[in-house]
Design a protein around this ligand. Sequence first.
Ligand code: SF4
Length: 219
Amino acid sequence: MIRDLEDEILGCTRCSRLIDYIRKVAIEKKPKYRNYQYWGKPLPGFGDPNAWLLIVGLAPAAHGGNRTGRVFTGDMSGERVYRALYEIGLSSSPKSESRYDLVELKGVYLTNAVKCAPPKNKPNKEEIGSCSYFLKKEIESLPKLKVILTLGRIAFDTTTNILGIDGKFSHMAIYSTNRLTVVASYHPSQQNFVSGRLTWGNWISIFYKIKTLYTSHNA
Ligand code: SF4
């Protein structure tokens, strides 16, 4: 069950460098969030246990998910994810602001390849390898899963390794197994939007493409 897995993730202390870092960030805080009670723990996924779509990011942001306690919540990348999900009808709201708000996801579950925020957004190989245990379990724990959208190269490589897919990351690449379709996208980071690598138009088009894939899975 995905809910049991969330409890297991919360108790994990396997990567001491990351655990030390997320606790330190939660104590020191960003000045503008000094009155905010940071999460400061490994961050489980969020969404519908009957999801047909799984979205895999890299890792929580130190002052985003590691602050708010919900994946893709509290930073610009996350805002783009929820807005896109709302536009295709999979989120009850275009915004997720804290783990206490009432946002509901329908048919989608959100997670990261690495569940603890890493310094400079860069987990090392061992940390990615250790945490892939949880991503594998998440994939196995979503019985209705059909499509996985991976955001960025690390999410893509980790997911395809788990599934035994011999794939190469490129934006909009699509690979399939008997059970699942994996779609690769650039990460919706501020850097990718400022550089023009991603625009709102080509970002949202991925979500419409995914809806089409789901329909074809069920045809
Ligand atoms: S990154 Fe994953 S494996 Fe490492 S401590 Fe956090 S939850 Fe555990």
